[in-house]
Design a protein around this ligand. Structure first.
Ligand code: FEO
Length: 168
């Protein structure tokens, strides 16, 4: 059984994951507009991944005897100054997600809620990967700038396909 406080915190994270999804979907639209189809595709895969994250919270809250409650989602920005600015935004956003997941893990320890702690372990590891992936792209973008290298990177990013993990 989830405490009221834990249920609210898990619901807040579920809705934040949906907000994350909206940011990436908005980025996908932005990159389609500016003619970087590969980056748009990468962002679409990231959107799907964020919705997968949200659904893990949704299922867990209901399975653990709580009630997954959807909330209003703030509109994300719809354009970015450059490809680098968008990925820097993504990195900053992912660092914020990591802090939120860590705060949830702190709450699970505080409440001695071992089941929630186990559920969150996957997300703790996932955030290391998220920050590493986005941080790596930020690094490459700083190297290539806006020249021809950007089109090679667009090609590389366009090969990404989201495949849901078999176990979460
Ligand atoms: Fe769901 Fe990118 O964190």
């Amino acid at each position: 059984m989830l405490s009221e406080k834990m249920q609210d915190a898990l619901n807040s994270q579920m809705n934040w994951e949906i907000y994350s999804a909206h940011i990436y979907l908005s980025m996908s639209s932005h990159f389609a507009q500016v003619g970087l189809a590969g980056v748009a595709r990468w962002m679409d895969a990231q959107y799907q991944e964020e919705m997968y994250h949200a659904m893990q919270f949704f299922k867990y809250i209901n399975e653990a005897g709580g009630h997954a409650k959807l909330a209003a989602i703030e509109a994300p920005p719809y354009k970015w100054e450059s490809t680098l600015a968008a990925f820097e935004h993504a990195l900053e956003h992912e660092q914020g997600v990591t802090s939120r997941i860590n705060a949830l893990a702190d709450l699970s320890i505080e409440e001695k809620s071992h089941a929630v702690g186990i559920f969150l372990q996957w997300f703790i590891a996932e955030q290391v990967e998220e920050e590493d992936t986005v941080g790596g792209i930020v690094g490459k973008l700083k190297l290539v700038g806006d020249g021809g290298g950007l089109f090679m990177l667009d090609n590389e990013l366009g090969s990404r396909v989201f495949t849901p993990p078999t176990k979460a």
